[in-house]
Ligand binder design. Structure first.
Ligand SMILES: [Zn+2]
Length: 320
């Protein structure tokens, strides 16, 4: 799956008032055929994430068959390392983020069993790799054996382990304590205790608490107030005060509001029309904001945003 941006630009042509599903399916299928472009090789460090983004987008659009299942499984398993974790591409060191993507892909296409049959150890070995990255003192998680900690890794760990039904391998109450220690006075969360609130980190922290069954610990009124202030006049959402709008925040902000039962605190109609202005109705794909090049990351998060807003023709996405 290529992460090359383009060829089109969101909103470059006449903005379409409708979602161009067929164009977006063709766009994602075409991503795998662009290996001759230099940028394809420069984005090798993200390849497994790219497959996850593309695959999830195709499932939301009701075209799961557009990526061949066997080839997808072969590619995912080729990224697994002897320690049970997954790297971004074959031969790359294992890391939490790619391991989470691998688990999400295998669960999406109902292929977790393939880990036992053809992988380097079954799902328990994958779970053990993830669990080994928990800091038993603080409860948080590292990305790899050397890396720094980040609430993204904590959320990823709980997400993947819950999908594998292996949450018992880690200390969930300690992880919950750590998330609570990242809370700020505005109700939001940062990447670690004392760090500035950011919408992406709110998603990871609220998602982790949701998986742990502890959404009662969230200051809902204050946090949802902050999240609803992310909507700008043009309908788009930003990730922090004073920043530009970006389609991917349709996911980070809206999924958090959905988990907390406050989706209606955003003007959904204005957001839908902003997201649709970011699609390229000619070649498919979404950009971060109108006029920029499209890419697969923003294509997925444009679609998940529309799905949360119950846009017709899309499958419903689970906000967690
Ligand atoms: Zn973005």
């Amino acid at each position: 799956m290529s992460l090359v941006s383009g060829p089109g630009r969101g909103g470059a042509q006449d903005p379409s008032p409708e979602l161009c599903i067929e164009k977006h399916v063709e766009y994602i299928k075409g991503l795998d055929k662009r290996r001759d472009e230099l940028e394809y090789w420069l984005t090798e460090h993200l390849r497994l994430n790219g497959v996850y983004w593309g695959l999830t987008a195709l499932h939301l659009m009701g075209h799961p068959e557009a990526l061949p299942r066997d080839e997808t499984i072969d590619f995912v398993l080729s990224c697994q390392q002897d320690n049970g974790g997954f790297g971004a591409s074959p031969g790359h060191d294992a890391h939490m983020l790619y391991t989470v993507s691998a688990v999400q892909i295998l669960v999406t296409i109902d292929a977790v069993d393939e880990l036992d049959k053809r992988g380097r150890g079954g799902k328990h070995k994958v779970g053990t790799f993830i669990a080994g990255l928990q800091d038993r003192e603080t409860g948080t998680f590292k990305g790899d054996e050397w890396g720094e900690t980040d609430t993204r890794f904590l959320y990823g760990a709980l997400n993947a382990l819950s999908l594998l039904d292996l949450l018992s391998l880690v200390n969930v109450p300690k992880a919950v304590d750590y998330v609570v220690s990242c809370a700020n006075l505005d109700g939001g969360y940062g990447v670690r205790p004392g760090a500035e609130t950011h919408a992406g980190q709110i998603f990871t922290c609220v998602g982790a608490l949701s998986i742990a069954g502890r959404l009662d610990l969230v200051d809902k009124e204050r946090l949802c107030g902050w999240l609803s202030e992310r909507q700008l006049k043009n309908g788009g959402l930003n990730g922090r005060p004073e920043k530009l709008e970006d389609v991917c925040y349709s996911w980070w902000v809206m999924s958090s509001l959905a988990m907390l039962g406050r989706l209606h605190w955003i003007d959904g109609d204005k957001l839908v029309s902003f997201i649709l202005r970011c699609q390229d109705p000619e070649f498919g794909g979404f950009s971060d904001r109108p006029g920029n090049m499209v890419d697969v990351f923003h294509t997925l998060f444009g679609l998940t945003g529309l799905s949360l807003l119950k846009y017709p023709g899309l499958k419903e996405v689970d906000p967690v």
